[in-house]
Design a protein around this ligand. Structure first.
Ligand code: FPP
Length: 246
């Protein structure tokens, strides 16, 4: 039996977040350029998005470019930006066919203007789709996002629009870039590293973490299904004891 058949669709994670790591190493292991790894990574992303719509996962948020990725060699940064532009333009038709809405979080204003324009266009073109929301985290870091949220709340207090005592988990969450989505129940990291790398730190407070040695270009929808099956075997206690759960 494949992993897809083992999934209990009544207990799906509503939101899955992924750190797509290992593109560069995957390519180098084959004696190819890192760029080949990133291009192959797009193929995996397409397959995984399809996997989400196959089983009914409502939100998929992928770490496509971190704030720290700006420090890579300029050639690789440019290549990733070009890949982003060509991919989002090429995929609008498929996103619409599969009823997938494209969304982006992060410091979008820091991206090249062509990226900003094409992203906005692809988001507008897919805005009415309802089966799954694919969010690209671009120029994103969680500490950046949390500082932004703190600044917005401070400004509202300063302007007399809210009291300090109105700052709570709910009002804080409402200022995060993910405010319109539920928190991810499952975070997957490919590529063998066991760290979170400044990704959705607030949102994964109670998320289940799934690490795999599989490099991102080798990660396909069947691997996603395997991760979901693993997630469904876990007991999520949220600080309670087992006996309190049912
Ligand atoms: C991590 O691999 C991956 C990235 C920094 C970029 C992820 C990008 C893609 C999957 C393709 C582009 C995405 C879109 C949405 C068009 P790495 O380079 O850190 O690999 P390494 O750890 O082996 O060096």
């Amino acid at each position: 039996m494949g992993f897809k058949e083992q999934i209990d669709i009544s207990r799906l994670p509503e939101h899955i977040a992924i750190i797509m790591d290992g593109n560069g190493r995957w390519a180098k292991n084959q004696g190819k350029f890192r760029s080949f790894g990133h291009e192959s990574g797009v193929v995996s992303l397409k397959d995984v998005v399809e996997g989400c719509t196959d089983v009914g996962v409502k939100y998929l948020t992928v770490y496509a470019f971190s704030t720290e990725n700006w420090n890579r060699p300029i050639e690789e940064v440019n290549l990733l930006m070009e890949l982003l532009i060509s991919t989002i333009n090429a995929e609008i038709v498929t996103l619409n066919k599969n009823n997938v809405r494209l969304n982006a979080i992060g410091d979008i204003a820091s991206l090249p203007q062509k990226c900003i324009d094409d992203l906005k266009n692809a988001m507008d073109e897919t805005a009415k789709n309802t089966s799954c929301t694919l969010t690209l985290a671009l120029s994103y870091s969680s500490k950046w996002e949390i500082v932004q949220a703190a600044k917005k709340l401070a400004a509202q207090v300063k302007e007399g629009k809210m009291e300090i005592d109105d700052i709570n988990e709910s009002s804080f969450s409402s200022q995060l870039t993910t405010h319109s989505m539920p928190d991810p129940e499952l975070l997957i990291r490919t590529g063998g590293e066991h760290r979170i790398s400044n990704y959705l730190l607030w949102q994964i407070a109670y998320g289940e973490l799934y690490f795999t040695e599989t490099m991102w270009p080798d990660f396909m929808k069947e691997d996603l299904f395997e991760a979901i099956v693993d997630y469904q075997k876990r007991e999520r206690r949220f600080g309670k004891i087992s006996e309190q759960l049912n």
